[in-house]
Design a protein around this ligand. Structure first.
Ligand SMILES: [Zn+2]
Ligand SMILES: [Zn+2]
Length: 404
């Protein structure tokens, strides 16, 4: 199939894509709780002639093709929103208090539904199978592992996987597809939570209390030693306590002090992350003992680093250039091949099958799209949605054809 044709075809139903995206934008939902979104997406797929199956806690999978023998490629969109109050000035703002599609997952879902429509129209040309994944709970890094354990990568077995993420607030025209080179493109991430338990009481009699604040402050300082004194200078491992909470007022020693933070590495095996955790627990326990407190250190919501398959990324970049010409670019020209600090739970898939995670621009800062994802003021330029739909469909079709 001609790239130009598929782009034109997708452009022909841009209105429909914008309508879908704006409807989803008005109904943002969190995590696995997709009471509006999942049935809405399912219905759209059924209207196109798909037979979507529910997978895991709140996911959907639909298959395109399968009439001709061949391999299977997975295309993913995530569907969940963020627990932030929308401050963007858009006519289709969130109707859900304290929830917002601030990462653009409404854009992703609309783009993949557009790809589903294109692929249905060209089903006879699919040389193998295209598995369309609509995933919940990306923002808490739980949706992808949940769907994998529910069988995402089997029946049919997935041979390659592709995802797309929008970016706003960059000085670039909307609809430019960026393909990273092989290697690690995003850091791992794991949350930690430290609770220091002491014994509260009157601020005038610290001798009758056990102050958890001084112990927690010692821990905060001591933990810096891991970064500065214990990690190899070439090892990328960073952790940051971003929330420190204790006490309610000026004359009461509290019972507890708490810290929250994240650990990030670019180590696919996460040995650095495991080392940091081991030392973090040891240091916190030892300091707690020294200051007569108790410490509890918990780790949760781990997401590994994203591993991009070199061969697949070269092929995908080639197909993207055939489709979009100058509108497709090698992302290493911007990143220098270095991993970004942000994390993405599709990384779990990248540890099982060759994966490429692409980005597409959706809001030029020079045209007033000033904010980037996760900002309560972020706006996305949805006139580019058809580029994303065409890219998903065309890249999958080309890859399968080449493998046949
Ligand atoms: Zn996000
Ligand atoms: Zn996102």
């Amino acid at each position: 199939m001609e790239g130009k044709m598929i782009l034109q075809e997708a452009q022909g139903f841009l209105d429909e894509l914008q309508e879908i995206r704006r409807t989803l934008h008005q109904h943002p939902e969190l995590g696995f709780d997709l009471k509006f979104t999942k049935p809405y997406v399912k219905q759209k797929l059924e209207e196109m002639g798909y037979d979507p199956i529910e997978m895991g806690k709140a996911g959907l999978v639909a298959l395109a093709g399968g009439k001709k023998p061949g391999k299977t490629i997975l295309l993913r969109a995530d569907m969940d929103a963020l627990p932030i109050k929308e401050e963007a000035e858009v006519s289709f703002a969130s109707k859900e208090e304290g929830k917002m599609h601030g990462c653009g997952h409404d854009m992703h879902t609309a783009m993949l539904l557009g790809a589903a429509k294109l692929l249905k129209n060209h089903e006879d040309e699919i040389e193998g199978t295209i598995k369309l994944e609509f995933q919940p709970a990306e923002e808490i890094f739980q949706g992808s592992p949940d769907m994998i354990s529910a069988g995402l990568l089997e029946n049919p077995k997935v041979d390659a996987a592709i995802m797309l993420h929008v970016v706003a607030g960059m000085p670039m025209p909307a609809g430019v597809l960026m393909v990273p080179g092989g290697g690690i493109s995003a850091a791992s991430c794991e949350q930690y939570h430290i609770t220091v338990k002491g014994k509260g009481g009157h601020g005038s009699t610290p001798n009758n209390c056990i102050d958890p604040i001084t112990a927690a402050a010692q821990m905060h300082i001591a933990l810096q030693e891991i970064n500065s004194r214990e990690l190899d200078a070439n090892a990328y491992g960073v952790f940051t306590t971003c929330r420190f909470e204790a006490g309610m007022t000026s004359n009461v020693i509290p019972d507890t002090a708490k810290m929250w933070g994240t650990i990030r590495t670019v180590d696919p095996e996460n040995e650095i992350g495991e080392y940091i955790k081991k030392r973090m627990s040891e240091i916190c326990q030892s300091i707690a003992t020294a200051f007569r407190c108790e410490a509890e250190v918990e780790y949760y919501d781990y997401c590994p680093c994203m591993v991009i398959d070199t061969e697949l990324s070269q092929k995908v970049l080639g197909y993207a250039k055939d489709l979009l010409g100058q509108g497709a670019m090698d992302m290493t020209s911007i990143t220098g091949g270095k991993a970004g600090g942000g994390s993405e739970d599709f990384a779990f898939v990248s540890h099982h099958v060759p994966t490429v995670s692409m980005f597409i621009t959706a809001g030029n800062s020079e045209e007033g799209y000033l904010y980037s994802q996760h900002n309560p003021k972020v706006r996305f330029d949805d006139s580019m949605l058809y580029y994303g739909s065409a890219a998903y469909a065309y890249i999958a079709l080309r890859w399968l054809k080449e493998q046949a």
